[in-house]
Write a protein that binds this ligand. Sequence first.
Ligand code: SF4
Ligand code: SF4
Ligand code: SF4
Length: 184
Amino acid sequence: MSKKRYAIVLDTKKCLNCKACTVACKFENGVPVGDETYRIWVTALPLQGEYPNLHQEYQPSQCQHCENTPCASVCPTHATYKTEEGVVLVDYDKCILCKACMTACPYDARFVSEHHKAVEKCTMCYHRLGEGREPACVETCPTKVRVFGDLNDPNSKVSKLLASRGFYQLKPDRNTRPRLFYLK
Ligand code: SF4
Ligand code: SF4
Ligand code: SF4
């Protein structure tokens, strides 16, 4: 059986900016509530249309789990690594807090965790995946903005969405080849 290649597909048109994903992530992963540190955040995109027919969209973002991984390339202790499914993780015990990865990440996805005494970021909720559970942000979103799945399975929801809908990725000029796909 072929290896899994995990990915998340997002339909930002469905995002309400309710921030349930942000809160769920903090609770699931022990990121302090009330702290200005987030593994996932929501950005208001520029208003579209002309007054009075204006339209607002929101764009959730997190670590893009890049296939070409600048944060891992610069990590002097190999604390940042990729699982066989392509999930980018940090071994907190190996992190020396040099912050080279924070500088190298084009998506500003990493931050210093006082709790872990290391740099951290979205893990795709890797601890849940082995149990057959979806990432907490995927499960919690009331409008199902995110779909999680295996790109190597042609019958997965992510594969079908990407085959049937147009999509874009963030900062393609950086050649990071993200595992997050935004539907058009
Ligand atoms: S939970 Fe869903 S709808 Fe709410 S802000 Fe996050 S992505 Fe948007
Ligand atoms: S988004 Fe940033 S932290 Fe995540 S894999 Fe890419 S370079 Fe690394
Ligand atoms: S996948 Fe998990 S760690 Fe990543 S943003 Fe969603 S809830 Fe947070």
